[in-house]
Design a protein around this ligand. Structure first.
Ligand code: ADP
Ligand code: MG
Length: 332
């Protein structure tokens, strides 16, 4: 199978929203009147972002999911994407499930594959997504990292820490009962981009980011770009690990095998969660609850934005907790 057969067979679909899709030197996209493009790229490299043994269907899903998550964080509606793929070889048994997983998620979000590049090389998947954001009265409705204000509540969607738990199990540093691992593994391999929530938060949230490198590190980006500080309740965040309840439920409580500090580290700085972390004024609490309901996405208030710079962690009693959690950095 040659390069062009491969594209034709696995990636080419009839153009829908695009004026011109796959097959020419460029794709053509027309922004809808009164909108602007939100554009983001994310690359997945074997051994760094995924294990070589991962199911190609799930990898196809994840490669697009992490990109859609960036659109969600900006409150952008997915429209189209391109796929640049380096493959060691043209392997049907890998390509068929990979494109299936990728295009299933694409169809779910009506996000159209409009072009890309295919080359031989070490497995590497780079996707660029294009999303739409309304411009109202000359003002972009995009959610940015820079809009948090002192007094705002801090929220996180869904669950955090489970992807990191699954990674630790794969690495052999911890072990958990099979059902606990299976649920955590699903979060690692097939994250859910919070697109509907991002859209519902336009005009409600003051800032947003998606959690890819760890909750505290990503919150740090909001704090820095907004010029503010924050206090975060550690126990509230730790309770957002879905696996925690099933693990402690199967064991009765925390135990020496997995110390409380490990759970804290996974929740606060584990990464690969692809949940939305966002801020909103106290006056918008009802609107946030409505956005959560409308998008059928749970959200939890985990702390407060403050004028005093820096990030402070507190326990359930409001006592200070030392912050020695570091987030993921490829070059650190
Ligand atoms: P060029 O050499 O002019 O860059 P290519 O021959 O690489 O074009 O690609 C031919 C067409 O197939 C282009 O429209 C390109 O966008 C598309 N394409 C290539 N690889 C992929 C891919 N992995 N997924 C989707 N479209 C692709
Ligand atoms: Mg090319």
């Amino acid at each position: 199978m040659g390069e062009f057969d491969l594209i034709e067979r696995h990636f080419k679909r009839p153009a829908r929203r695009a004026a011109l899709g796959i097959g020419d030197d460029c794709a053509l996209l027309q922004p809808a009147p009164g909108t602007q493009w939100a554009i983001s790229s994310d690359m997945l490299v074997e051994g760094h972002h995924f294990l070589s043994t991962v199911d190609p269907f799930k990898l196809g899903h994840k490669a697009l999911a992490v990109n859609l998550s960036d659109l969600a964080a900006c409150g952008a509606k997915p429209v189209a994407f391109t796929l640049a793929l380096a493959l060691p070889r043209a392997d049907e048994a890998w390509l068929a499930p990979f494109s299936k997983g990728l295009l299933a998620l694409a169809d779910h979000h009506r996000c159209e594959l409009v072009g890309g590049d295919t080359t031989q090389g070490p497995l590497n998947i780079c996707i660029t997504v294009f999303g739409e954001v309304p411009v109202v009265g000359g003002r972009s409705q995009a959610l940015l990292r820079s809009g948090a204000r002192a007094g705002d509540d801090i929220y996180v969607s869904g669950t955090v820490g489970d992807a990191r738990l699954a990674l630790e199990v794969f690495r052999g540093t911890v072990s958990v009962p099979a059902p606990v691992f299976d649920a955590a593994r699903l979060r690692m391999e097939q994250p859910t981009p919070r697109v509907a929530l991002g859209l519902a938060l336009r005009g409600v949230a003051t800032s947003a980011i998606d959690i890819s490198d760890g909750l505290l590190g990503d919150l740090g980006h909001i704090l820095k770009q907004s010029g503010v500080g924050a206090t975060v309740e550690v126990a509230t965040v730790v309770n957002l690990i879905a696996a925690l309840a099933s693990y402690t439920g199967s064991r009765g409580s925390f135990d020496a095998e997995i110390p409380a500090q490990d759970w804290q580290r996974w929740a606060l700085s584990g990464g690969d969660d692809y949940e939305l972390l966002f801020t909103a004024p106290v006056a918008h609490r009802a609107a946030v609850a409505q956005a959560a309901e409308q998008s059928q996405t749970p959200v939890t208030r985990i702390g407060q934005i403050e004028a005093h710079r820096g990030l402070r962690l507190v326990d359930a009693q409001g006592q200070a907790v030392a912050n020695n959690f570091t987030s993921f950095d490829h070059f650190a």
